[in-house]
Design a protein around this ligand. Structure first.
Ligand SMILES: [Zn+2]
Length: 568
C-alpha cells in the first residue's frame, strides 16, 4: 500500500460543493447589507476565513495527492476538478475582497489586521475577471501537462529504467564519468520531448499574455507581479538587484568555479562537475529515510526547543512523503491544511546529500506555517514567497552545526559545498528571472528565439558554464527543466532574495547563535502579516534591494570559503 493511503489526518477533508460555497458567500453579503457596525463586519470576516480554510484544505490535499502519483486516475480527475472550479471560487473571493476593501471594511478590520491583508486583496482584485476564467483553466491544463510529461519520463540508466527524480543521486556521483552519463540520460529525456516542451510553454506564454491584456495590463510582467503579490517593490528594484548580482556575484562565482576546478585537478569544469565542486569525496547521509527523519528530530531540538517540539509533532503525525518513485511529480514543497492547522512535507529523496538540505528547507517552511497556524486571517498563515523562502533557507544554514549528525566527518565538506552552491545559485536565479522578463515582454517570440534568449542569459550570468558534449543544454534548452518557469511564473528571484537574507542569519549565527535563532523563530511567528521589506527589517536583517547588501553577503561567504580552502 502506498504510504499516502494511510494518512488518517486527511480523512474528512472534502471538496465544498459549489452550492455550499455560493450559499456561504451569499450569506456573507447578506450579513453586511446595510450595516456599518464593525462587529457585523468582523463576524462576516471570520465566516469568510472559515470558508477559505475549507476550500484551501481541499485544494492543497488535491494538489498533494496529484503530485504523489500523477498516474492515478482518481487523483488526476480531482486535480482537473480543482483546476476547473478554481476560477469560480476566485470570482467569489474577488467579490468578498471588494467588500472588505471598502471604507467600512477597512475601518472594521484594519485595527486587527493591519495594512498587509488589504494590499494583498487589492492585488488579487486587479488580477482576476470572469473574462479570463477560460484562460485560467487552460493555463492549469498546460501546467498539468508539463508536470506529467516529466513525472512519467523514465530513462535507461545503469541497466534499469529510472524516473528523473531517481536519477538525482547519480548526478552527484563522485565519479565524473557517472555524472556525465547521468546528465546524458537526463537530457535525452528532454530531447525526446522537446517539441511538447516548446509547445506547452509557447501556449502558456500566449495564454498569460492574453489574460494580462484582457485585464488591461500592458503585458504579463505587470500581471505576474500582482499574482506574485509583490507589494513593496517592483520591476525597477528587481532589475537593479539583478544588475548587482551580475556585477558583484558573477565575477566572484566565476573565480570560485575556476579555483575549485583547479583544486580538483580539472582542466575544464563541465556542467556535470558543478554539482561536485568543493566536494572531493562522497558526501551522503549515513542512513536511510527513517534514519534521517529520526536525526532531524534531534537536530532541530538542539537548535531550539520550539523546533524540536515541532519536529516531534511532524513525525508523530507522519506529515511527510519524501521518497522518489515513478509517477511522482518532481521537486519538493511544503503544503498545509488550514482546517487541520498543520503542514505537510513533500520531497523526492534519492540518497544524496540534497535529501538533508531539502528536508531542512521544507521543514523551515513547515515550521513557519506551524507557528502561524492561528493567525487571524488565512492570508497571514503564509507570507509572500520571497519572505517564505527566508524561513526555509535560513533553517538550512542555522542547522549547519547539526550536520555531523547526518554526515559524520563529511559534514565540513557538506557545509563548504552548500555555501559554494549558494554563490553559484544567485546568478542562476537572476538568469531565470531575467529570462522570464524577456519572454513576457516579447510574447510573440518563437520557441527558437526563446532558446536564444536563455543563451543570452547564460552569457551574462553563467559565463563559466561549459556543457561539453551535452547537446540539448548547449542549444539553449536548460531552462526547460525549471518547473517554476512553466508552473509559477516569476517565482524564482524570490529564492535569491531570500538567500541574501538567510545568509545574513548565517553570518549573525557565526557571532551570536542564540540571538540569531531567536530572531528566526520570531520571524516565523509573524507569518505573512507584513510585506517583504518590513518582515526583513523587523528580523534585524537588511533588504537585498539596499545597495551594497549583496556585496556584503558575498564578502562574508568569500571569507568563509577561503578559510576552508586554506585548511584543505
Ligand atoms: Zn522553499
Amino acid at each position: 500500500m502506498e504510504r499516502h493511503e494511510v494518512d488518517d489526518w486527511a480523512a474528512g477533508i472534502r471538496a465544498p460543493h459549489d452550492a455550499e460555497l455560493m450559499m456561504g458567500y451569499g450569506e456573507l453579503a447578506a450579513r453586511l447589507e446595510g450595516t456599518e457596525h464593525p462587529d457585523a463586519w468582523r463576524a462576516a470576516f471570520a465566516r469568510w476565513d472559515e470558508l477559505r480554510r475549507d476550500w484551501s484544505s481541499w485544494a492543497n490535499l488535491t494538489r498533494l495527492r496529484y503530485s504523489q502519483d500523477t498516474r492515478r486516475e482518481d487523483y488526476r480527475s480531482a486535480q482537473r476538478e480543482l483546476d476547473g472550479r478554481a476560477p469560480r471560487v476566485t470570482a467569489f473571493e474577488k467579490s468578498a475582497k471588494r467588500r472588505f476593501l471598502t471604507p467600512e471594511g477597512r475601518r472594521a478590520l484594519g485595527p486587527e489586521l493591519g495594512a498587509q491583508a488589504f494590499a494583498l486583496w487589492d492585488a488579487d482584485v486587479s488580477a482576476y475577471d470572469d473574462a479570463i476564467a477560460d484562460d485560467l483553466v487552460r493555463e492549469s491544463a498546460l501546467r498539468r501537462e508539463y508536470t506529467e510529461l516529466l513525472a512519467r519520463a523514465t530513462v535507461p540508466f545503469a541497466g534499469e529504467q529510472r524516473s528523473l527524480g531517481e536519477l538525482g543521486l547519480a548526478l552527484q556521483d563522485p565519479d565524473r564519468a557517472v555524472r556525465r552519463s547521468a546528465e546524458h540520460a537526463r537530457w535525452a529525456a528532454f530531447s525526446e520531448r522537446a517539441e511538447r516542451l516548446d509547445a506547452i510553454f509557447d501556449e502558456l506564454v500566449r495564454v498569460r499574455d492574453r489574460m494580462a491584456r484582457t485585464l488591461g495590463f500592458d503585458d504579463y510582467v505587470a500581471l505576474g507581479y500582482r499574482r506574485m503579490h509583490r507589494i513593496d517593490y517592483g520591476v525597477e528594484e528587481v532589475a537593479r538587484y539583478r544588475d548587482e548580482i551580475a556585477n558583484v556575484v558573477v565575477p566572484f562565482a566565476r573565480d570560485l568555479v575556476r579555483r575549485a576546478g583547479a583544486r580538483a585537478g580539472l582542466e575544464r569544469v563541465f556542467y556535470w562537475d558543478e554539482s561536485c565542486l568543493g566536494v572531493e569525496k562522497r558526501v551522503a547521509p549515513l542512513g536511510d529515510r527513517g534514519w534521517i527523519l529520526a536525526r532531524t528530530r534531534e537536530a532541530l531540538g538542539e537548535i531550539a526547543p520550539a523546533l524540536g517540539d515541532f519536529a516531534a509533532m511532524m513525525l508523530e503525525r507522519r506529515l511527510f512523503d519524501v521518497d522518489a518513485r515513478p509517477g511522482k511529480a518532481l521537486g519538493a514543497y511544503c503544503t498545509n491544511f488550514p482546517t487541520r492547522r498543520h503542514p505537510f512535507v513533500f520531497a523526492n529523496f534519492n540518497g544524496s546529500r540534497a535529501d538533508v538540505r531539502t528536508l531542512m528547507h521544507e521543514l523551515g517552511h513547515a515550521f513557519q506555517q506551524w507557528e502561524s497556524r492561528d493567525k487571524a486571517a488565512l492570508d497571514y498563515t503564509n507570507p509572500t514567497y520571497e519572505s517564505a523562502e527566508i524561513h526555509s533557507m535560513a533553517l538550512e544554514y542555522l542547522s549547519w552545526p547539526q550536520m555531523e549528525r547526518f554526515f559524520g566527518q563529511a559534514a565540513a565538506a557538506y557545509r563548504s559545498e552548500h555555501l559554494l552552491g549558494a554563490m553559484l545559485f544567485l546568478p542562476y536565479g537572476a538568469a531565470v528571472d531575467h529570462f522570464q522578463h524577456l519572454v513576457y515582454r516579447h510574447p510573440g517570440a518563437t520557441p527558437a528565439e526563446r532558446h536564444e534568449m536563455w543563451q543570452e542569459m547564460e552569457r551574462r550570468y553563467l559565463p563559466w558554464r561549459d556543457y561539453g558534449d551535452l547537446a540539448y543544454p548547449s542549444a539553449g534548452g536548460l531552462w526547460q527543466e525549471k518547473r517554476h518557469i512553466y508552473v509559477a511564473p516569476f517565482y524564482y528571484i524570490d529564492y535569491t532574495l531570500a538567500l541574501c537574507c538567510a545568509l545574513q542569519f548565517w553570518s549573525q549565527a557565526n557571532t551570536g547563535r542564540g540571538a540569531a535563532v531567536a530572531a528566526y523563530v520570531e520571524l516565523c511567528g509573524r507569518g505573512g502579516e507584513a510585506p517583504f521589506r518590513e518582515l526583513v527589517r523587523s528580523a534585524g536583517l537588511r533588504s537585498p534591494f539596499e545597495p551594497g547588501v549583496v556585496g556584503e553577503v558575498v564578502a562574508a561567504a568569500s571569507a568563509a570559503l577561503s578559510e576552508t580552502e586554506n585548511r584543505t
